[in-house]
Write a protein that binds this ligand. Structure first.
Ligand code: PLP
Length: 395
């Protein structure tokens, strides 16, 4: 197959819901990807934060193969070993009590929303269903998670959206307190708003929100779909924020490329959802759970410490380029935003793609980097060379 033939197949048969770059990927190794004609791309995108331990990881591939030969799927009517072991690993490494397994980020957030509404309804009655989220947030593309998302551009076409969400400016404690009244069951936050533009919340603000929520028994829910699974240099970002949420969602990098996600809860919320009240056919499936165990085993404390170091290295190198098009660089670990001026983020991403570097965009002016967490310095330098060329040569 050629690049052109593959793109032709998509054009003919796949719905045009994605603004794809004209690149057909054939295979990859580590943070290197290749198209069907052998062109090399350095991967600073990792499939939007999913290929957390790189492409073609032998331990990951072997675990999936071994599990597939043993048991592929039997449903949640029965107990399976990978799910049990993964649940133990996640709870032990986060201090949380219970997990529910899902298949994607949006679906994991739906679970958080159901959890909060049921918790509050049982304890305080039906008039406490509102969930406060932040402007510029992104929580998924189901009807309810679109409603939770604090960006007007997502509140179109699909009316009526789910009721009971309101959005306040990030960092504005007064606004949050004003909205989160007697009718509110939860506050839902991304600690670093990924799609919104790689916008980290201030730890003092997050701690104040956590204290306010605790005082009122409003559940503090974290959407760690993008920040979780080592992306910021700890297994979850909350571990660097001096707070513990009541529940948090995860997905993306957890199974290194297989569709998998879920949410973790503290003791207080661990038995809110009972039999028949929340379920999904594939949730916790053995293949994904086996893959996720390899991801967690790979993300040792030493590897996580390197995520922080590599993130700092990239940020420093980008700043040192002294590009006239860069306003600032921000982020945590290997979740990095390069804020641009006088250069469109989409145009830059396209230019980088052509030159052999895959990078993402976010917000209205951010080039977003989410490389595999196991990227080597040699791969980082190769990517930075392409980035430097694009950011320092005249447009
Ligand atoms: N929440 C956050 C913070 C995300 O970044 C995303 C995806 O980008 C989602 C939820 C939705 O995840 P999914 O696309 O797996 O449904």
């Amino acid at each position: 197959m050629t690049n052109k033939e593959l793109i032709g197949l998509y054009d003919q048969y796949v719905m045009g819901t994605y603004g794809r770059f004209p690149i057909a990927i054939s295979h990859g190794q580590g943070a290197k990807l290749y198209d069907f004609e052998g062109k090399l791309y350095i991967d600073f995108a990792s499939g939007i934060g999913v290929a957390s331990i790189g492409h073609g990881n032998p331990a990951w591939a072997q675990a999936i193969f071994d599990q597939a030969m043993r048991l592929g799927h039997v449903s949640n009517l029965y107990y399976t070993e990978p799910g049990g072991r993964l649940a133990e690993m996640l709870c032990e490494r986060t201090g949380m009590s219970k997990v529910f397994f899902a298949n994607s980020g949006a679906e994991s957030n739906e679970g958080l929303i159901k959890l909060a509404r049921k918790y509050s309804r049982e304890k305080y009655g039906p008039d406490r269903s509102k969930i406060v989220t932040l402007l510029q947030s992104f929580h998924g593309r189901t009807i309810t998670t679109l409603a939770a998302t604090g960006q007007d551009t997502f509140h179109q076409h699909f009316f009526p959206f789910t009721e009971g969400f309101c959005h306040v400016p990030a960092g504005d404690l007064k606004a949050l307190k004003a909205e989160a009244g007697e009718d509110t069951c939860a506050v839902l936050l991304e600690l670093i708003q990924g799609e919104g533009g790689v916008l980290p919340l201030d730890p003092a603000y997050v701690q104040a929100v956590a204290a306010f929520c605790k005082e009122r028994d409003i559940l503090l829910l974290l959407d760690e779909v993008q920040t979780g699974v080592g992306r910021t240099g700890t297994l979850f970002a909350f571990q660097q924020y001096g707070i513990t949420p009541d529940a948090l969602s995860f997905a993306k990098g957890i199974a290194g490329g297989l569709p998998f996600g879920g949410f973790l809860t503290n003791e207080k919320c661990g038995s809110v959802l009972g039999p028949g009240q929340h379920a999904t056919t594939y949730g916790g499936n053995p293949l994904g759970a086996a893959a996720a165990q390899v991801v967690l085993e790979t993300l040792t404390d030493a590897v996580l410490a390197e995520v922080i170091e590599k993130g700092k290295y990239i940020q420093e190198k980008v700043l040192a380029m002294n590009s006239p098009y860069v306003t600032t660089v921000r982020g945590l670990g290997l979740m990095i935003g390069i804020i641009l001026k006088d250069m469109g983020h989409k145009e830059l991403a396209g230019k980088l793609n052509e030159a052999g570097l895959l990078a993402l965009t976010a917000g209205s002016e951010t080039l977003r980097l989410l490389p595999p967490l196991t990227i080597t310095y040699e791969e980082i330098d190769a990517g930075l060379k392409i980035l430097r060329e694009a950011l320092t040569s005249p447009q």
